[in-house]
Design a protein around this ligand. Structure first.
Ligand code: TYD
Length: 205
């Protein structure tokens, strides 16, 4: 049986990485075959993406770097799904639709749809996307102590990114969780949402 594909999305400071890790660990304890993956990926393509944070490039180049990394990531995800794995990704296509649509505002007509259209051949639609929603100010407060800073981490920009995410969340595959709560509460909800949604479609116990 084909596996399932779940993605976690949210602005910087929403807690995605911690929530995705803990959720995957909890589901793994139930004996599910799970692979946790992330974007930017831990490959030279992901390194190229991260290099663009330190050595700025044009907004178009930035968008294509994220998408180049994703195209190869998708091939790997598809292989895992064919083996029946539950793949959980910390960020995927919606990060580009939310962040790069904000970066390309005014540079291309209807950036979100433009990005979706060009992504079509190398993106697979997740079965479930959990959007960890938080006010940018609270998110930024959480990550204020981090040494490594990315230029996306500023409040007006993240407000636009959050709006883009909430617009995307109109699609049925999305579940929006309040990420201002404690890590344990958000993990609990994520485990519940994944088990109930995928049980219905895939017969998981
Ligand atoms: P993230 O994984 O959140 O970084 P960290 O490991 O430091 O928590 O991703 C790094 C940044 O890249 C983040 O600000 C979001 C941004 N990003 C995009 O703008 N577009 C994309 O398609 C992706 C995957 C990430």
């Amino acid at each position: 049986m084909r596996g399932s594909f779940v993605t976690f999305e949210g602005i910087d400071g929403s807690g995605k990485t911690s929530v995705a890790r803990k959720t995957a660990a909890r589901l793994r304890r139930r004996g599910l075959p799970i692979v946790l993956t992330t974007e930017p990926t831990k490959t030279w393509l992901g390194d190229a993406v991260k290099r663009s944070y330190r050595e700025p490039v044009s907004n178009f180049t930035e968008a294509f770097l994220f998408m180049a990394d994703r195209a190869t990531h998708t091939t790997r995800i598809e292989e895992l799904l064919r083996k029946g794995t539950l793949v959980i990704s910390d960020r995927y296509c919606d990060s580009t639709y939310a962040y790069q649509a904000a970066r390309l505002k005014g540079m291309v007509k209807d950036p979100m749809n433009w990005l979706k259209r060009i992504s079509e051949p190398f993106v697979i639609e997740p079965d479930l996307t959990i959007l960890l929603d938080i006010e940018p100010r609270s998110g930024l407060r959480r990550i204020a102590a981090r040494k490594k800073k990315v230029h996306f981490e500023n409040e007006p920009f993240l407000r636009q990114v959050r709006r883009n995410y909430l617009a995307l969340a109109g699609e049925r595959r999305f579940v929006v969780l309040d990420a201002s709560r404690s890590l344990d509460e958000v993990v609990e909800d994520s485990v519940d949402v994944i088990s109930s949604r995928l049980r219905v479609s895939k017969g998981l116990r």
